[in-house]
Design a protein around this ligand. Sequence first.
Ligand code: MLT
Ligand code: ZN
Length: 452
Amino acid sequence: MTALVDVLRFVVGPDHVLTDADMRAGYETDWLRQWHGETPCVVRPGTSEEVAGVLRACAAAGVAVVPQGGNTGLVGGSVPRNGAVLLSLQRFNRLGPVDPLAMQVTAGAGVTIEALQLRARAAGLDFAVDWGARATATVGGAVNTNAGGARVVRFGTMRAQVMGLEAVLADGSVLSQLGGLPKETAGPHLPSLLVGSEGTLAVVTAARLRLVPWYRSTAAALVACDSLVHAVSLLPRLRQLPSLDAVELLMPEALSIACAHLGVAAPLSPDGAGAFVLIDCAAHLDPTDELAELLADVQGVLAVGPQRDLLLRIRDHVTIAIGARGVPLKLDVAVPVQHLDRLLRRTQAAVPAGAELVVFGHLAEGNLHINVLGAGAAAADVRAAVLLAAIELDGTISAEHGIGVAKTDWLERLKGPEAMRALRAIKDALDPTGLLNPGVLLPPPSTPTAFT
Ligand code: MLT
Ligand code: ZN
């Protein structure tokens, strides 16, 4: 390892190879203290050529590489394991000028989502993908997990924003496809192959991203529903709103703990309600009236200006509020919206007495974030029950967080053997020695897939 560290120092400069335990610590544990691992060194290249040098050096030494962006992932995909070198993309923080003709921008993998949004807004545009960890989460991480967030109902996931990528392959070759042409049928779109690949196929160093109009007139509403079924029944009407930007679900316990964490009064009393829907609208012209019309026959509060900001802040803080109560069992599943209630019931039935269940998510996509605090020894059974329910209800075991190391044992059950063979063939072709993020997304080849 000492020899490898020396080579890495030569490749990226001595200041960018961190071996002291204190310096490594922030890279070894994820933001919610859910995942932890150790690395002999953190290497922080600043160019694609340096990434290529790092990969070649690690390949020659037979040491694996774990790429890391903001480390805000929730499935352990960017935390080092088994003596791997941690490759941080933090120094890829270059943001190109906004191209107003194409409505695109090129961003380094280490640019935060918030910085990207601010840059786009300074040019009168916006970046569509948004979620609570925006100040820390990075473009590279968002590409690698196909991040979703709150505005998918309007603009799609990260996949829909990626027009091109620059990435370094395991053999050290640099694939640069940053042209961003909206139409091109010259074979498969390689950048799309890398979206959602969780650092297992290449190290993404930059992305050419689609921008969207910046809708400055906004209005939000929080609606109290009798039940999750009632909440789902609002969707057809909501989808008709031209200004619809987000439809978020907060089960009463999620609303309560987020408000308590922030020290604010709940905008609507969580007592007696079955579910809350947070609707956010944004347009060039004030959307307040169209939202108010909708609210005429439901129980809810309209929020504009600072009241809207507060609603969004409450929603953004659910994850942090859960984290402040302990380390939860965390599952990110999605089913067709008509099956959401069945998913919730099966989840509730699996949670042991005394454990705390906190559910919230993205209603329009049928995406529930299921958090269980204090499950103790029952955690494995709860996990299995929820993932099985998601699959049996025609859904998925991961809607936006990725598979990471958390769910590799369930991937084949979801995808089937044919898809797994195809995924393995792609991995073997691009990374034949298993240099990149081994153990993430695909189970290590020697590990039998657990069908529990
Ligand atoms: C969110 O929607 O807030 C994120 O996906 C984070 C989470 O699931 O906790
Ligand atoms: Zn989410």
